[in-house]
Design a protein around this ligand. Structure first.
Ligand code: KG4
Ligand code: ZN
Length: 341
């Protein structure tokens, strides 16, 4: 089985070819950091236009890398949401056109399912069910992954996502965009105990997350401490929150085969180390994808497409793009102080 995957939901344009037995034959990616850097964050209109320009050449390059043509693939998998709607539409419409032209089925992939199943691409032994900490720029959730298309959300953030907190902290400290890697680099030179910072919701009964108060505390402390100390102290507080909340979720998850972390923030060394420690504490296997598979890419979309295709889950060519698309539709809305609708 050979799947072409397309990703365009945020600020990375990507195309990849992945086989059913986990070979990544090609993966091409074009970031848009330079285009968005002057604005300190992703500008949706700039992103959508950049996806239009980048996607078709990336698909052609990926096919050439793999030495295959559209006739050789079994299905086209494209991110259909959630994300910035202009970008999502570019990738989904391109996927539909390629599927139609080649006479192949389309698989509309939830970007979050791409992240959620990505650890199974890098680790053939990872079996369902597993507890997943999904930490990215737009999401911070604890999910019980029971199978393909079977997700139970145990917790989410009541305000900011973890990656968003890293990005806002970076902006505040003048470390630039994208923020996560910049904070991690700065933290290496700092003292994590230098700045007293809160650990919002740590110890609370439900395993939800909150990062808005932590970010505000960094804002108040900025100026009184060295940037490296602020970065290190912020990162330590964020990691403490992630570990405590995941520990709480483990008490609610039932039996799982592994503790798994995925999404852009899973590329953070301190997060990986702390989660590995938590897994060890509970006698669980720890699984984290390689760094390139944590941040947005098309291989994870192709792989989720492969898993769905193998389960018989394909989509009609009029499937809509969805800016919002929860993995667990039954999960209740969680409202906190500064919550977005
Ligand atoms: O999964 P992803 O690439 O895109 C979304 O789906 O959101 O995640 C991007 C997020 C950004 O907030 C970025 O700052 C964060 O992941 N990130 C990191 C690191 N690398 C990326 N956060 C902390 N440490 C990192 N090394
Ligand atoms: Zn993502």
């Amino acid at each position: 089985m050979l799947i072409l995957g397309l990703e365009s939901s945020c600020d990375e344009t990507a195309a990849a070819l992945v086989t059913g037995n986990r070979l990544v034959l090609a993966h091409r990616l074009l970031g848009q950091e330079a285009a968005h850097a002057p604005f300190g964050g992703v500008v949706p209109e700039i992103a959508a236009r950049a996806h239009v320009e980048a996607l078709e050449p990336l698909v052609a390059a990926a096919l050439a890398d793999a030495g295959v043509t559209l006739a050789d693939i079994n299905a086209v998998a494209a991110t259909a949401g959630p994300g910035l709607i202009g970008g999502v539409m570019v990738g989904l419409v391109t996927g539909k056109a390629l599927a139609h032209a080649a006479g192949k089925p389309l698989v509309a992939v939830n970007h979050l399912e791409g992240h959620a199943l990505s650890p199974r691409l890098s680790d053939p032994d990872l079996a369902f069910p597993y507890l997943l900490l999904l930490v990215s720029g737009g999401h911070c959730q604890l999910l019980l992954v029971a199978g393909v298309a079977r997700y139970r959300r145990l917790a989410t953030t009541i305000d900011d996502a973890a990656g968003e907190a890293f990005d806002k902290t970076a902006k505040l400290l003048g470390l630039g965009y994208p923020g996560g890697p910049a904070v991690e680099r700065a933290a290496l030179e700092g003292n994590a105990r230098a700045v007293p910072l809160p650990r919002p919701l740590v110890g609370s009964a439900e395993p939800h997350f909150s990062f808005a108060g932590l970010k505000s505390a960094v804002a108040r402390a900025a100026g009184d401490y060295a940037v490296a100390d602020l970065a290190a102290s912020f990162q330590a507080a964020a990691v403490d929150c992630l570990v405590d909340r995941t520990r709480r979720a483990l008490t609610k998850a039932g039996a799982v085969t592994a503790l798994v972390v995925a999404g852009g923030v899973a590329a953070n060394g301190a997060v990986r180390a702390a989660m590995a420690g938590l897994a060890q504490e509970h006698g669980l296997r720890f699984v984290a994808p390689p760094l390139w598979l944590c941040t947005d890419n098309a291989a994870m979309i192709a792989w989720a497409g492969a898993e769905r295709f193998a389960a018989g889950l394909t989509d009609p060519l009029d499937v809509p793009a969805r800016p919002r698309w929860p993995l667990d539709p039954a999960a209740e809305a969680v409202r906190g102080a500064g919550v977005k609708a």
